[in-house]
Design a protein around this ligand. Structure first.
Ligand code: ZN
Length: 140
């Protein structure tokens, strides 16, 4: 859904949404619910013509109840991999294992590319330094 906003009393307010598939405009006032938008997306007749792009989209709501599309962020993925390795005591080279790549591509992100052990090692150092400085600031 694409948001439609209008200037009302000097403030930009969401008044509607346009379906990305069939271009139908739906009401979506900023103080109203968004359940009908979700139902429209699920039932939209045109979405099937778009092919695989719909099935690979992940929709979620941001803090202002706007429908947002999932965007893969490689740096977030790498940081979360560091956290997962630490929590589960996994090997630093798990990001370059073919089985790991197969799992991530099949379940979450078809365009995933592996992360080398060297990159993960650097990411661990970066994450450690960032968290260590937070702890140091707490004790100042
Ligand atoms: Zn539609």
């Amino acid at each position: 859904m694409e948001e439609v906003k209008e200037l009302q009393n000097g403030k930009l307010i969401r008044v509607g949404a346009i379906c990305n598939f069939c271009k139908t405009r739906l009401s979506a006032s900023s103080n109203g619910g968004t359940g009908h938008l979700r139902r429209h997306i699920l039932s939209c007749k045109k979405k099937d013509n778009v092919g695989s792009s719909f099935s690979q989209s992940h929709l979620h709501f941001d803090s202002a109840s706007n429908v947002q599309r999932f965007v893969y962020k490689p740096m977030v993925a790498r940081t979360e991999l560091v956290r997962l390795i630490a929590r589960l005591d996994l090997p630093l080279n798990i990001g370059e294992q073919p089985a790991w790549g197969d799992y991530i591509r099949a379940a979450f992100y078809p365009d995933y590319t592996h992360v080398s052990r060297q990159t993960t090692t650097r990411d661990v150092d970066t994450y450690f330094d960032a968290k260590q400085s937070v702890v140091k600031k707490m004790f100042e």
